[in-house]
Ligand binder design. Structure first.
Ligand code: NAD
Length: 342
């Protein structure tokens, strides 16, 4: 196990790499801690929750809604949680997002930590303090930024993760490579998903490399006024189609990344010409690279996107692999290009 502390504006967050779930009892008092997890994680790892007060929510993005927050709050009241109670989210991004949010509003805020159990939650969702819920089809519309006290990485939890969820998580890994790390991109080209699933050292290395990329971007720009926006590469169109088509998050952003690459090739001023290489890598990691969709509906959802600023949308595009840029694009220009890029 290695402990690394990262400084965010509000506090230092401790990251426990290559740790075991059982370390939790050394980090928080069992008697005054409540774990929040979903039914899949709970059923697959029941023995780990023994002795801990636990709230189990329904699994899936469709439950990342205010009604589940209300349920968590009512369970916390039943468990007599007070201002000294510590909350730990054990699960994928849905659990970590909703746990951080519920913990931050219950009694105006309790301390919380995360044990991410999906690749996506390990390399992305659990890092950076963005917590919240969806409102209808609008992703993450209600929420806040608040850092957890700690992140505990137990890679053995991934042994029960369904294959499609590995694929889902590697979409974010590929995203990190595209925007920040050309060497990571080459490593991903060299290996296969199966290699990472079978080789613990390879897996630990790639997860830590990605955790560091996300953490570096976030600590430099915690409140998303600059570089943190780069992490939205593929997400603008991705989020629009995710709920419309009930896609896995990673599948949606894979298609969103291809659209952003196509847009990068078509927008004047950028000389990006590596869309093909990115499409090949996404396909190699079993990710979808296009979709049959209703462009008009996608456009209507995009217009409501919270990142929109009047008639212009800030899009994350690529100069080259490993180097992303933020470009304002007129909504009307986007409207015209949508058919060709999707
Ligand atoms: P998820 O939490 O829905 O987990 C995926 C599925 O895997 C679920 O069915 C879950 O029950 C199951 N699961 C989780 N861990 C398991 C395990 N170890 N073994 C067996 N099954 C397991 O989805 P996700 O892909 O982890 O996260 C997606 C969510 O993350 C989205 O809501 C997205 O908005 C959010 N997200 C947030 C941020 C952020 O910065 N806060 C960043 C990226 C994504």
């Amino acid at each position: 196990m290695t402990k690394v502390e990262y400084s965010f504006s509000e506090k230092k967050v401790s990251y426990y790499f290559d740790a075991s779930f059982s370390l939790l009892q050394d980090l928080v008092p069992v008697a005054t801690t409540v774990l929040i997890t979903d039914e899949n994680v709970f059923n697959q790892h029941k023995e780990k929750f023994e002795g801990w007060k636990t709230v189990v929510i329904k699994a899936g993005e469709e439950h990342k809604q205010q009604s589940t927050v209300d349920y968590i709050i009512s369970e916390l009241i039943k468990l007599e949680a007070d201002r000294k109670t510590f909350i730990v989210g054990v699960g994928g991004g849905v659990v970590t997002d909703i746990t951080g949010y519920a913990a931050s509003i219950y009694m105006r805020g309790l301390k919380f930590g995360f044990i991410p159990t999906t690749v996506l939650a390990m390399v992305d969702a659990s890092i950076g303090g963005k917590n919240g819920v969806d409102v209808g089809v609008y992703k993450n519309l209600a929420g806040l930024i608040k850092q957890p006290e700690f992140l505990l990485f137990d890679y053995s939890l991934l042994q029960t993760l369904p294959n499609e969820q590995w694929v889902n998580g590697f979409a974010e890994v590929i995203k990190h490579a595209c925007i920040k790390d050309a060497l990571l991109f080459s490593i991903l080209e060299k290996f296969t998903l199966h290699d990472f699933q079978k080789d613990e050292t390879l897996l630990a290395d790639i997860i830590e490399r990605n955790v560091k990329i996300k953490t570096a971007v976030v600590t430099e720009d915690e409140f998303e006024t600059g570089d943190r926006k780069l992490l939205n590469f593929g997400h603008t169109i991705g989020h629009a189609i995710e709920n419309m088509h009930q896609l896995l998050h990673g599948h949606a952003i894979s298609i969103g990344m291809v659209a952003a690459c196509n847009l990068s090739e078509q927008i004047a001023g950028l000389h990006f010409d590596e869309a093909r290489r990115i499409v090949q890598l996404l396909a190699k990691y079993h990710l979808p690279v296009d979709i049959e969709t209703d462009d008009e509906k996608v456009f209507q959802v995009l217009r409501m996107d919270k990142k929109r600023n009047s008639s212009v949308m800030n899009f994350i595009l690529l100069n080259k692999i490993g180097e992303a840029v933020i470009k304002p694009i007129e909504l009307e220009v986007l409207h015209q290009h949508l058919k060709e890029i999707l």
